[in-house]
Design a protein around this ligand. Structure first.
Ligand code: SF4
Length: 263
């Protein structure tokens, strides 16, 4: 899916993610959202609404909006969040990304909401004792589309703490930088790694620096198509902390919250 494209000469966005709970109840080693390191933290619904509305003003169309975490189902505002996102984006694909662990404890109203709002549920399948068959049956009963994504190999995206990487020519190979645009508190990042680094910094008392050039402030009156296209065409200052040569698939396991999982 293209990250940015033009339709009738108007700027469209392929995809963006919004983390509505930064922490997680599963905690995978090397999670590239640093969820195992995050304190309990939820997206503020009023800020979420303001951000979503603004995205509808600055982009002519958005193909896919990913509601995710951490584990998004830890956020009790999920129904309101889905209702509002569908109201503002009637024709976009909306996908709820979850580890699936909390799906079977959801009430009927939750499944009816997914059906009514035409939400796709993407379940990442790990080696966990979760009754995926029952989840599938429940989704079918409520006519909700469900997509199981096996993830037994986990992609580790390690940091270089000294910030000496030169990724100018490698950014095209960065999966997160080209497929995981992330919106958080009015800031649109071209990847999920840069905004999530604050959890890493807080937990390990490191100092990976984010600057205002690492994101677009979507609420700035002056934000325009040219500025957005330029932002997505260049590496971020933060890219100097990403060791792209050391990215590798590791077998999935629970995090022990050791710094080696992210370095
Ligand atoms: S900071 Fe740069 S290199 Fe690292 S994940 Fe984001 S876009 Fe990719």
């Amino acid at each position: 899916m293209e990250q940015l494209y033009y339709k009738n000469e108007k700027l469209c966005l392929g995809y963006f993610l919004y983390e509505i709970a930064h922490h997680c109840n599963i905690n995978c080693a090397g999670c590239d959202h640093c969820a195992p390191l995050a304190k309990e933290e939820f997206a503020d619904f009023e800020i979420f609404k303001k951000d979503i509305k603004r995205m509808s003003e600055i982009f002519f169309h958005i193909d896919l909006i990913g509601i995710m975490g951490g584990e998004p189902l830890l956020n009790k505002d999920v129904p309101k969040i889905l209702d509002y996102t569908r109201k503002i984006f009637p024709s976009s694909n909306i996908v709820l990304f979850t580890n699936g662990s909390l799906l079977l404890s959801q009430q009927k109203a939750f499944w009816e909401n997914l059906n009514r709002n035409n939400i796709v549920v993407a379940v990442t399948v790990y080696k966990l004792k979760i009754d995926y068959k029952k989840i599938k049956e429940t989704a079918e009963r409520f006519n909700v589309k469900i997509d199981f994504k096996p993830n037994f190999d986990f992609c580790k995206a390690p940091f270089n703490l000294s910030g000496t990487e030169d990724n100018r020519d490698k950014i095209k190979d960065c999966f997160q930088g080209n497929h995981c645009a992330t919106l958080e508190n009015g800031k649109l990042f071209r990847c999920s790694v840069a905004p999530s680094s604050r959890h890493f910094n807080d937990y390990f008392k490191t100092d990976l620096k984010l600057s205002e050039n690492d994101y677009l402030d979507i609420h700035q009156n002056s934000v325009n198509s040219q500025q957005i296209a330029e932002y997505f065409s260049q590496p971020l200052p933060f890219c100097r902390y990403c060791n792209l040569n050391k990215r590798e698939n590791i077998s999935w396991k629970h995090s022990e919250r050791k710094i080696e999982e992210w370095t």
